[in-house]
Design a protein around this ligand. Structure first.
Ligand code: GLU
Length: 259
């Protein structure tokens, strides 16, 4: 009888004292406050959105946006650690918790919305084709039976495989390798977001961007789809909407020539 009583007493203690494993109640925003630093996945192969400048630092439109967000959340635009991501590994790096958010030229799509949350869009790109300047092609239809390059994990990979089955799709891990492959004649064009491709066309007159656009690519900040991200997403949306309404986002576009 006494044994039973002691057992019951211990059980009640466990329930009411919350003994056992302590639950981690912090949401992502609280974790960022405690750490006093944001960890953001960004591109290093997608100028002018995310690239490494001549001093070896991350630079670009996405990087500036990240700094605005760090300023708004932590009061200091330098309190941000950049983790390089590619189109193909960015979702994995976000879901594994390696980064808090992604600002990585990532478009909102219905398919991605099944597993991720997105902010208000902060830019809209469109898919286009980059070819050698000597190319006679004017649109995607001119590549029947030929090879076109995509970067793995990008929206172009999906749309090309789905909508243009008569071309041979050649995949690369990042845009720099894709560009080198085009230059080396391994394929007749690269299908990707116009703004990223324009970065190559501006620097190199031996390649050009065809005028047609094949999609709308609304870029947004990306969050894990969970309650823990809700407050952070609200905060980021506030920052983006504020940058839009005060004209600072437009000035940022002018700075990076992506108007
Ligand atoms: N915006 C496109 C996407 O989200 C392509 C750009 C990129 O490779 O990140 O897939």
């Amino acid at each position: 009888m006494i044994k039973k009583f002691i057992l019951l007493f211990v059980l009640i203690c466990l329930i009411f004292c919350g003994c056992g494993k302590k639950k981690d109640n912090d949401d992502v925003l609280n974790k960022i406050y405690k750490r006093d630093r944001l960890i953001i996945g960004v591109r290093q192969d997608a100028a002018p959105f995310g690239f490494i400048d001549k001093d070896g630092n991350f630079a670009g439109y996405d990087i500036d946006l990240a700094k605005y967000i760090a300023q708004a959340i932590l009061g200091d635009s330098s309190k941000v650690e950049f983790v390089p991501v590619t189109a193909s590994n960015r979702i994995m790096k976000l879901l594994s918790g390696e980064v808090d958010i992604l600002i990585a030229t990532m478009s909102i799509t219905n398919q991605r919305m099944q597993i991720l949350d997105f902010s208000t869009p902060y830019y809209t790109a469109g898919q286009a084709v980059l070819v050698k300047s000597t190319s006679k092609a004017v649109s995607l239809g001119d590549f029947e039976g030929e090879k076109l390059i995509i970067v793995f994990g990008s929206t172009s990979e999906q749309s090309l495989r789905r909508n243009v089955p008569e071309v041979v799709v050649v995949g690369y891990k990042n845009y720099n390798d894709a560009y080198e492959a085009l230059k080396a004649g391994k394929a007749q064009g690269i299908v990707a977001d116009d703004t990223i491709l324009l970065g190559f066309a501006i620097k190199d007159k031996s390649v050009k961007l065809l005028p047609k656009r094949y999609s709308k690519e609304p870029y947004a900040v990306v969050f894990r789809k969970e309650d823990e991200s809700v407050r952070l997403r609200e905060k980021v949306n506030y920052v983006i909407e504020n940058l839009q309404s005060t004209g600072r986002l437009n000035r940022l576009k002018e700075k990076w020539n992506i108007n």
